[in-house]
Design a protein around this ligand. Structure first.
Ligand SMILES: Cc1cc2nc3c(=O)[nH]c(=O)nc-3n(C[C@H](O)[C@H](O)[C@H](O)COP(=O)(O)OP(=O)(O)OC[C@H]3O[C@@H](n4cnc5c(N)ncnc54)[C@H](O)[C@@H]3O)c2cc1C
Length: 414
């Protein structure tokens, strides 16, 4: 039987192929599929991915506190590695944070979803491109049409338009290394800025996946999106050697350029119809991360009837709107108010003034108004560019939804 012809026999609405169609097989669709399988095990879900594997090539990191009680029963499966805490080293200060830190790789994510497809009513179509989406169905590249009462666009970021974008970038190139001796740190170091500073604020991020397997990334908060693999490798290599490891094998690489907007529409408001993940603007503008918001969107989708989803996602968007504005304001401070060489002061202050719970809330897009106040009050001490900062408010950005988090599609304004 053609895999795209689905049995309608046991369906409540026999005129449809499924209860849900999730377009795109990345982070957001995967989380929705797990949440629906947990909360509505009787529901049929079709998840459609254009590539042959789900989830691309990522290592998603998150705080264990992002897995709030509502999501833990179905999202815990995704925790592939977990550490009791992590360190940050900025401007000669080291701080240890004891919030458990977790990661999930694309391959683990793919394995969890494939397993779920074998024991639930989830159907995964890979190598299948969706050409068009409307409120009750999708048109596939081969001309098939599939229908469902709930269709959600989770196709990830849209292509970058340099002329319409105003903001900075978080860009990184990571190398996963197999070492011939033990890595000296048992916990992640999510920022170590004891390296040459250039191209904005630059630091090394390291995740010890096993005693002799480590992911090391060169990361920068920069005003331009270009990234050079060899330059990043040089920094990573020198750092790894400085940690006493001189022999290794590179077993995987990943890279990204995440937009850090200063303006633009709020989560869930950029598109007609239902959209999640980056496509729907559900990401943290000041970190570029989307895992925490994607969990909340997935929970909402799985716990309300389809007819209420639009209203419920709108409510969630309103709940997060002031935080989204504040995160964009922080990006103005970071990329316009301080000079690139003094950008590190903002990070140093952040880790100095916030207590651990507030740090967890900030990354999880759950911060309070008091947390926001603490982050900016007293800031900043030196190296200011007040005129740039003021001008940034008059930059009208038509930036609607986030840009492609990938180097290939990025162009620097001419
Ligand atoms: C290398 C990297 C590391 C990151 N690390 C983190 C992290 O640690 N923590 C964090 O919170 N965030 C991280 N992010 C940011 C963000 O969370 C990810 O980009 C996340 O994957 C976005 O999820 P998404 O579901 O919106 O989009 P994606 O995960 O990009 O998924 C979109 C999917 O849709 C598919 N698709 C697109 N068009 C079609 C079509 N027409 N038909 C069918 N399928 C289609 C794509 O192939 C893709 O698989 C990272 C980003 C990158 C690039």
């Amino acid at each position: 039987m053609d895999p795209k012809v689905f049995s309608r026999e046991n369906r409540t609405d026999q005129s449809k192929d499924s209860d849900y169609i999730l377009v795109g097989g990345g982070l957001q669709s995967g989380l929705m599929a797990l949440a629906i399988a947990h909360h509505r095990p009787e529901a049929d879900v079709i998840l459609i991915e254009q590539n042959s594997m789900l989830a691309g090539n990522h290592t998603w990191s998150f705080h264990a506190t992002d897995l709030v009680a509502d999501c833990a029963p179905w999202a815990d499966l995704l925790v592939e590695s977990r550490w009791p805490g992590y360190h940050v080293r900025i401007g000669n200060r080291t701080r240890s944070i004891s919030i458990p830190y977790c990661t999930c790789s694309s391959s683990h994510f793919n394995a969890v979803l494939t397993q779920r497809a074998s024991d639930s009513r989830l159907r995964i179509l890979t190598d299948t491109k969706v050409e068009a989406i409307d409120s009750d169905g999708v048109l596939l590249g081969d001309g098939h049409r599939l229908s469902a009462p709930v269709v959600i666009d989770n196709r990830g970021a849209t292509p970058f338009d340099a002329n319409q974008y105003s903001g900075g970038f978080q860009k990184f190139w990571g190398f996963e290394l197999k070492l011939n001796r033990d890595w000296p740190h048992t916990n992640p170091i999510v920022m170590d800025d004891q390296i040459d500073q250039q191209d904005g604020f630059r630091f090394i991020y390291s995740l010890p996946m096993e005693t002799r397997r480590v992911l090391v990334e060169d990361t920068r908060f920069s005003n331009n999106p270009s990234i050079d693999r060899d330059d990043c490798w040089e920094k990573v290599r020198a750092y790894v050697e400085s940690q006493g490891c001189h022999d290794w094998q590179v077993i995987r690489e990943e890279h990204g350029v995440l937009p850090m907007p200063m303006a633009g529409s709020m989560p869930g408001t950029g598109l007609p119809g239902l959209a999640g993940g980056y496509r729907g603007g559900w990401f943290h503008a000041a970190t570029g991360y989307s895992f925490p918001l994607a969990l909340q969107v997935a929970h909402t989708v799985a716990t309300y009837p389809g007819s209420e989803l639009s209203d419920q996602l709108h409510k969630l968007s309103i709940e997060h709107a002031w935080r989204a504005h504040f995160a964009r304001f922080l990006n103005r401070l970071l990329f316009e108010l301080v000079k690139p060489q003094t950008r590190y002061q903002i990070f140093r202050r952040f880790y100095r003034v916030l207590d651990q719970a507030a740090i967890g809330r900030f990354y999880g897009h759950r911060f309070t108004r008091w947390d926001a106040f603490r982050i900016i009050v007293g800031f900043p001490p030196m190296g200011l560019r007040p005129m740039n900062f003021l001008r940034s408010f008059s930059k009208r950005s038509t930036y609607q939804i986030p840009t492609q988090p990938s180097t290939q599609s990025l162009k620097v304004p001419g």
